[in-house]
Design a protein around this ligand. Sequence first.
Ligand code: IPE
Ligand code: IPE
Ligand code: MG
Length: 240
Amino acid sequence: MSAFPRHLAIIMDGNGRWAKKRLLPRQAGHLMGANGLKRIVKACAGHDIKYLTIFAFSTENWRRPPEEVSALMSLFIQYLTREVKDMAEQGVRLRIIGNREAFDPPLQRLIEQAESVTAHNTRINLTVAANYGGQWDILHAAQTWSQAHPGQPLTAMTEHDLAAHLSTAGMPDPDLLIRTGGESRISNFLLWQMAYAEFYFTDILWPDFDEAALDQALTWYGSRVRRFGKTDEQVLGESV
Ligand code: IPE
Ligand code: IPE
Ligand code: MG
């Protein structure tokens, strides 16, 4: 039996369908989704979950209609501008992972500011994956390792070395992944880091995902036996 996860990862999916059901523009779903996130961060902090990593925009999401992409960018900017003060007061340490070079320079500066204003906080680590792809992360880690070790062949690189160059370096790997919105796929999220995560899929659309839904997922997680390759007997022996 596992207690609460130390690191919870969430694929916040279903905003578009939530809006469509209400005959609203997709952007309205994204806005509701962003508002709901605040409550989930609070609830996680209340449960003493130390790391929460959320998927906000994938490297593939640029393929969406340009109006939707720019609405998502505006929402990101609004979130960073309006929420950082609150987050700082609540002890949230904010980090953004993903390839930020694709963002406009003003957005890049906002990201840097938000990270530095909250850098000393320790209550909960909120990591927002934006222009993030698991494949990009792994490739980028291998490239950075290589640059840092000139003259050394890639065969000299260990799993530990690669992990130390991922965008999540220094964080524990996610214990639990929640994906809302009814799809059962990983969509290029934290591919390397989720090697041993428990996967929880729910049909609830992200804007409807509330504290009660989170508690249900956490209860499910609590009933999992995490073997990490060992047998049941070995794991039970360790817990007595
Ligand atoms: C998730 O909701 C948010 C982002 C990908 C930015 P979607 O926009 O994917 O919602 P659906 O899947 O179309 O309902
Ligand atoms: C995954 O959702 C990305 C985010 C939640 C940001 P998508 O809705 O983009 O995933 P696919 O394309 O349906 O797999
Ligand atoms: Mg979707």
